[in-house]
Write a protein that binds this ligand. Structure first.
Ligand SMILES: Nc1nc2c(c(=O)[nH]1)N[C@H]1C(S)=C(S)[C@@H](COP(=O)(O)O)O[C@H]1N2
Ligand SMILES: [Mo]
Length: 495
């Protein structure tokens, strides 16, 4: 191999590295301006990835990897975006090799503009596009500057000033992003809000069983499940909800209209069909709600078997219309505005049904004459119906008097939890556990606790709930896919 060949290869490698650095900088620049919002260039890439992934893969990712799967998807999207946005930078470097400096400057600017245009096409956010474009230009200029100084060519004053300006600009953008990164958070705040929501939160706090390590009746950290890693940011002033399809008259309401309707505070528990049997994706909050029924009446939908709920993030879910007639629209959570992660400004709450029908960022209710598949049903799930009954075992404490304390939550949707039974001998004999006083509401979980003198040998604790209709939680075991986990939670306790 002659030396010209070697140096050409080396040059190509250097160009590749610089282009990738530029692409990565573009992603960073977009993030610096947009933060973790839909304007971040990775958001649409990740969304497209999630949407095009075959159902089996999605299911595998959910059931095996859990939220790690979503993080991997996000990481892949970051990689794809960095490579994709590096392409114009590569073209710029290859295109002007050996040309006059003015051509180089034009190429740097061109690459920045091209990347900006790409990001704008993906996000429609001028800020995000500018952040990405400037970052690419900055990296290319910096690379050129370093190469020239290595070759002994000193930079002019103009160049030096340009680079300084780019660095300063990026730093400022980074600071802006940082200040935006503070999330609205879904944690029930320590200081209780005033008013009816505060009263209910206080009641939940007082009713919660005093068991070390047991999550209170109103969740401190409410789980979150989304089809995209990046949640939509909706201007609540711009938001509206339309009732369409098989109606006499289309009805559109905005947040102001909803706030003028008769509202109430309501405890509602949500449970994801994709969680494991003893999983952590069941939680409870106090929601500020209005009923859906008056809106449906206004639209007049005499026929229509079913409804399709659609959301701003591209989510859609279909289920029987009778379930929606019992449904609510929530714009508050634990005495505050509904947080972005839980569907701001408005989400649906459908009592007793699996989490997936509780559409966040709700934008449309379409009345259908015939059922069609929703987002998850297209991917093989059957999660639009009522929840399965479950008693979970999350806490095992050894008490000072050497008894064992086991505790958890039980949930049976609108059937309610009548009792929880515990066995300490692998299911041979059963005793009733103590339950928390029921909170007001049609669709709320309860806590249970049971204390006993443990035998000297290792033994199996099994727990099962009995719902309000007297039906015992089914013992047959099944995984989450396709219609939710079933079976009895059990745990081996060693002395
Ligand atoms: N628009 C929209 N609504 C959605 C989802 C979603 O991805 N997008 N996820 C659903 C699923 S699968 C569940 S379990 C619940 C979770 O609600 P949470 O994130 O507030 O806990 O929201 C449902 N509503
Ligand atoms: Mo879910």
């Amino acid at each position: 191999m002659d030396s010209a060949d070697t140096s050409r290869r080396r040059q190509f490698a250097v160009d590749g590295v610089v282009a990738l650095a530029a692409g990565t900088a573009a992603v960073a620049g977009s993030y610096a301006v947009a933060g973790f919002t839909p304007a971040f260039v990775v958001a649409p890439v990740e969304g497209a990835l999630a949407r095009t992934m075959p159902g089996v893969v999605v299911t595998l990712v959910i059931t095996v990897l859990g939220s790690l799967g979503q993080q991997l998807n996000l990481l892949t999207a970051v990689g794809l975006a960095a490579v994709g946005l590096g392409v114009p930078a590569l073209a710029a470097r290859r295109g002007v090799r050996g040309r006059a400096p003015v051509a180089t400057i034009a190429a740097v600017a061109g690459a920045g503009l091209a990347v900006g245009a790409l990001v704008w096409l993906l996000t429609r956010s001028p800020g995000s596009a500018t952040g990405a474009g400037v970052a690419v230009g900055g990296v290319l200029a910096l690379a050129g500057f370093v190469e020239r100084s290595e070759a002994g060519v000193l930079p002019t004053d103009t160049e030096r000033r340009g680079i300084l300006a780019a660095v300063a600009g990026t730093a400022v953008a980074g600071l802006v992003a940082d200040s935006r990164g503070i999330d609205s958070g879904s944690k029930a705040q320590r200081a209780l809000p005033e008013g009816p929501a505060g009263d209910l939160l206080r009641e939940a706090r007082q009713t919660s069983l005093d068991v070390t390590g047991l999550e209170p009746l109103v969740s401190e950290h409410f789980y979150q499940v989304d089809i995209n890693s990046v949640d939509p940011t909706i201007d609540s002033e711009e938001w509206s909800l339309s009732i369409t399809g098989a109606v006499n008259e289309e009805v559109t309401v905005d947040l102001k209209d909803l706030r003028e309707m008769e509202s109430r505070e309501e405890f509602v528990t949500l449970r994801c069909v994709g969680e494991s049997l003893n999983g952590r994706k069941t939680d409870t909050a106090v929601w500020t709600v209005v009923d859906v029924a008056p809106l449906l009446e206004r639209a007049g939908a005499p026929e229509g078997c079913c409804v399709m709920l659609r959301a701003v993030d591209g989510y859609f879910v279909q289920f029987p219309r009778t379930a929606l007639e019992m449904g609510m629209l929530a714009y508050g959570m634990n005495g505050r505005d509904l947080p972005r992660g839980h569907g701001a400004p408005v989400r649906a709450l459908i009592p007793g049904h699996w989490g997936e029908v509780n559409t966040k960022w709700l934008s449309e209710i379409e009345i259908l004459d015939e059922p069609v598949d929703g987002y998850w049903e297209k991917r093989g799930w059957h999660g639009t119906g009522p929840v399965e009954t479950v008693a979970k075992l999350h806490v095992t404490n050894l008490l000072a008097d050497s008894r064992v304390e086991v505790a958890g939550h039980a949930y049976a949707g609108t059937r309610g939890v009548d009792r929880v039974e515990v066995s300490t001998d692998g299911g041979a004999t059963w005793t009733e556990a103590e339950l928390s006083t029921p909170l007001p509401g049609e669709d709320v979980w309860r806590q249970w606790v049971y204390r006993y003198d443990p035998p000297d040998e290792s033994h199996e604790v099994v727990v099962r709930a009995v719902d309000g209709t007297g039906t015992v939680q089914p013992s047959e075991e099944s995984g989450a896919f396709p219609s939710g986990p079933t079976g009895w939670v059990s745990k081996t306790i060693r002395p």
